[in-house]
Ligand binder design. Structure first.
Ligand code: MLT
Length: 268
């Protein structure tokens, strides 16, 4: 369905499951879209109200004004999606990589809306100077070369995001998702990631049930990093999924969905 947020931007959002089920909002990584949560939402929609937006500028959502987009913009949009759906109950938020970075900001800004957090394959650090330069290069490539620039970024990222044993089908699916990102949306996302805050101090302030998920083959956010974040977050849990790289919901969908189901069951 299409939702229009307060500033007029149109967001594509998949909603499935019983209206009275626990609201679970899924936040995708960069440069991906809500399609990455397809299997998880399907597996859980017998018991949860699964809400899966494409963030502004990704997938089928409109970019709006790409100027001044920050991680806070995406965090506010996620809450805007709940508001547009009339969901005032605190939600479980599930975010992967950039999605997790957005959830740290969302927790800082909108803690009363958060019932629980699932932080997958993500990191709490601010970007390094070298990282900022690389992200600016990526943004300029997308702006200068359009879809060709997006394809170059997608092709370069693919081997980093998947475990070496990922099937040809998974590779094709992830590549298609990444290549679909509108150039202006990719540029805005790259710059938002470059300017993100240091979220390490936030971890010890988290007061909701929190699950960290890692992939034991993840080269971008390795399991040790997730373990350190888990150790800083009071009462949190950590699940390391064997055979998964940076994208467990796509690479090991059944194990990922089961992990999520167990966490949701424990909240009930
Ligand atoms: C993601 O999956 O969101 C990206 O890997 C984040 C990043 O580029 O650091």
């Amino acid at each position: 369905m299409r939702l229009t947020l307060a500033d007029g931007v149109e967001i594509e959002c998949r909603v499935s499951g019983p209206a009275r089920g626990t609201p679970v909002l899924f936040v995708h990584g960069f440069p991906l879209n809500g399609e990455m949560w397809r299997d998880a939402a399907l597996a859980l929609s017998d018991r949860a109200l699964c809400i899966v937006p494409d963030l502004r500028g990704f997938g089928m959502s409109r970019t709006g004004s790409a100027r001044g987009v920050t991680i806070a913009t995406y965090a506010d949009d996620c809450v805007g999606v709940l508001d547009a759906l009339g969901q005032t109950r605190p939600a479980v938020f599930v975010g992967l990589s950039m999605g997790g970075i957005i959830l740290f900001e969302l927790y800082r800004r909108h803690a009363p809306r958060v019932r629980a957090l699932v932080l997958c394959n993500t990191r709490a650090n601010a970007e390094s100077e070298e990282g900022k330069r690389a992200r600016e290069d990526r943004a300029r490539l997308a702006e200068d070369k359009g879809d060709e620039g997006v394809r170059a970024t997608a092709d370069a990222m693919l081997p980093q995001v998947l475990a070496p044993e990922a099937s040809a089908k998974v590779r094709e699916r992830v590549l298609t998702m990444m290549r679909r990102t509108p150039p202006a949306g990719l540029a805005a996302g790259a710059r938002a990631l470059a300017s993100r805050a240091d979220s390490w101090p936030t971890l010890e302030s988290i007061r909701v049930p929190t699950l960290y998920v890692a992939g034991d083959r993840d080269q971008i956010t390795p399991p040790d990093l997730l373990r350190q974040m888990h150790e800083k977050t009071p009462g949190s849990r950590l699940r390391v999924i064997a055979g998964a790289g940076h994208l467990p919901p796509v690479e090991t969908p059944a194990v990922f969905a089961e992990t999520l189901r167990e966490f949701l069951d424990a909240l009930a």
